[in-house]
Design a protein around this ligand. Sequence first.
Ligand code: F6P
Length: 362
Amino acid sequence: MIKRIAVLTGGGDAPGLNAVIRGIAKSAMYKYNVEVYGVLDGFKGLMEDRIKKLEPKDISGLIAKGGTILGTTNRDNPFRIPFTIGGEVEYKDLSSWVVNNFKKNKFDALVVIGGDGSLSIGYEFFKLGLPIIGVPKTIDNDLMETDVTFGFNTAVETATFAIDKLHTTAESHHRVMIIEVMGRYAGWIALESGVAGGADVILIPEIPYTIENVIKKIEEREREGKRFSIIVVAEGAKEKEGELVIKKVVQTGSDPVRLGGVGNVLGEKIEEISNIETRVTVLGHLQRGGSPSPYDRVLATRFGVEAMRIAWEEKFGYMVALKGRNIVSVRLEDAIKKLKKVPDNCELVKAAKALGISFGDE
Ligand code: F6P
């Protein structure tokens, strides 16, 4: 019998986190009569026993609110906490602190709302015996076993609006405008916002490009009298035989690599080779910010309610997911095996190519 559940949000924030918390907490309180506790700042908060009971007033007004009321972090993996000893960084496994605090608080389940990093940590705790349930979050949409993660739709919407606005300057100044979007090693945000925003070139990690092919497309447009081009480049895109452009390395993160900068590298090369005036916009964290779209509010709510329902059924080691139009639950282990990237045979890539959009590969 489930009486007390804990919820945490981990990894980068994404629009819809609060709507999931609300979905879990409202259904817990009103349907199942279960107490809900919010763990502050992800697994770090559980390690440090920073926990807050959620009351009805805490979960009011959350559906449209961006970020997470619980706080989050994409550093601090309890299995690998860094300590600086004599100038050297050493890592310690403090996972037992998490397990002990979970037990001390007499929780019956822990809902982990996170991307591949936090869900992988969650799965490690499941193997240590904690009753874990996952909820798939990330603007990158790169989690297996769910058609969509919440947060992705809002990020695509934000990126599309940005592309729409860049068209103005591109057309007026006859420029190449590059917009760099997030997505880590997957091209979903670039692909969908590029198609929705009418981009001329879309560069994604899954399809390495050459500068020559990109310039070929720009010049083809010039010959057709279209004296501007819009390029959407995913932060993880790279040239054929090229390297990822890395902004920084954060040793304490589940994934230490922070991508960023490919837009500027590309812009400089285009200007240098073609002599066409080029400007670069890096959209950055705007993609994670603000109020969730109606689609993400509904998806997040459905995920939250289902997470509480499977907690009630004590179906631990599972993650809620969207398959087609249905909310289902899948094995957490399967969801974290590898990242979901844009597949080779992607129908949307084919459709974009049919429209004449270049992916820089031919
Ligand atoms: O995973 C979400 C994400 O926004 C990625 O798209 C991006 O690469 C990364 O997080 C940025 O992380 P940070 O907020 O640490 O800069």
